[in-house]
Design a protein around this ligand. Sequence first.
Ligand code: ADP
Length: 626
Amino acid sequence: MRSFVHARVCGVPLWGWLAAAVLYAGLATVAMEFAWQRSVSAIAAVGGYRLDLYAASLKSELGRYEMVPSIVVRQDSVHALLRERTGAQPTLLHAVDTYLAAVNREAGSVAVYLIEPDGTVIAASNWDQTLSFVGTNVSYRPYFKDALANGSGRFFGIGTNTGEPGLYYASAVREPNGAIGAAAVKISVDALESAWRVPAEAAMVVDANGVVVISTVPAWKFMAVRPITPDRQTQIQASRQYAGRAVEPLPYQRLGDWDTTGWFAQFPDWTHPGRYKRFLALSKPAPQAGDSIVVLLDVAPARHQQYLALAFVTGLFLIAGLYGLYAIQHRRAIAEKLKAQDALRGANERLEVTVRQRTAELTSANARMSQEIAERIRAEQSLRDSQQELVHAGKLAVLGQMAAGLTHELNQPLVAIRTLSDNARTFFERNQPAPAIANLERISRLVDGMALLTGELKTFARRPGVERVPVSLNEAVNHAVLLVESRIRDERVRLDLHVAAGTTVYAEPSQLQQVIVNLLGNALDAVAPEAQRTIAIDAHEPDEHGRVLFTVTDSGAGIAPEVLAHLFEPFVTTKPRGRGLGLGLAITSRLVEGFGARISAANLPEGGAQFRIDFVAATVQGTANG
Ligand code: ADP
């Protein structure tokens, strides 16, 4: 139950909606009632005014005809005619007829006529017309009876001759010894009815019987608004007041009173046959005794006023409700905004704390990183140190290898020198100088060989020159060829040179010459056993990377497979003792590296070996600087 009461719709609790609904219903009811009362009052006021108007017009319109019979009965010829009756002169009858016709014309009535005491009409304004009243008997008509009995009579009825409804007035023609007849006038109420006809309104005159005698709605004429007793019904039939027909009740339903003179009722809607409509009926006694005037006023405008009031209250309520909802939403939005601002502030503070924390972490991480960098630098330094140590160790290993090689290379001549010198001494002791001298010469040659070896060692040990300059490859090749020219010639080797004159590379001139001599020497050794001896030296044009490819190709047997992998290592040789030390290519590769160039070797598919050096071209500088 609590949750039901506290449930909210659009931010408004349920009890609020209920209260609003009750308030709305109350206000709507009051407003509608107020509108109803006001507009029905206005309609009733209009109705009252109409009643007065109709009463006045009845009095003036009908009143003036009331005088017509009383004027006619004063006429002497009328008296004479009634006195003489059927025995009267035709001239007298004609004179009366003419007089009545003149009166009728003057008054504007339907007919004026003279009645004998037995009810027979003896003279009439319409004596010369087909539907003449002359000769008809009206003894049964109350207006005639009343006139004879009381001096005058009045009557609403339907004409027995013409069948047209009308109002009849009659006055008695009196002589000192009594009434000798009556004069009557028939009036049409058509003009009155059409003058009263107002849209959405009906007006009628009800006679003392409760029968409608004048009506703006033709269908209602001669219908009863009140129940008629059987006795009265018989009397009506006898008087042939309504042309002998039975009086039907007007089909309407009384609903309720508005005030003393007004009441609501459902009447047939004459504009829409078959339908009923609600009217405010107002009535007032007519100027003629016993009659009453009734007006029916449409209350639809009052209904409209009610709807307007309802619409107004609804609109007002909607506006107020929308404004209220807006105010509530606005208040909620402000509250939420404040909450969001609070949350934002909180988040900001948290963010700042986090940023501070992160900054601190970053600072410490930075410090750690700097420390790590320092450690890395230290590690790198120690790595470099250990690398240098390794290089040093490598050098020591090479040195060991070399020492072993040297020991081997030097031991042989030393052993030979010892033997030769021992033998020389023995030859000298035996006084044989010739063989002793021969031995000494051999010792001298051995020492030369040893000197050559140590010389080569010196070249190997020397640090390659770092001074690189543009050198003409062509010139270097020519100088190298000159040095081995005798061997080329003696061993009948064909040498093909394809080195363009302007080819310039970065190198050290004497070292470059030594490199070419070494390669040429090896090639000559390789082709020596062959029948066809060819050596080709080529230098290509510099490529797009600024490199010059230089090759020495021979027609020899190729590089021994076991040697190929260790070709540029020191003391690697396939040559017989005394012919090679295995230092040539080791020295060559060190020098080439010093030029910033690279050396490689391969056996060619068609046979023979090829050594390739990839030089740094110095074409531009070389040619530019000469
Ligand atoms: P050495 O000439 O003293 O032997 P090198 O270092 O110059 O020392 O050569 C090492 C070895 O490489 C040679 O003994 C030889 O077996 C091989 N070699 C070098 N050049 C050629 C070549 N043009 N053709 C075949 N083998 C070669």
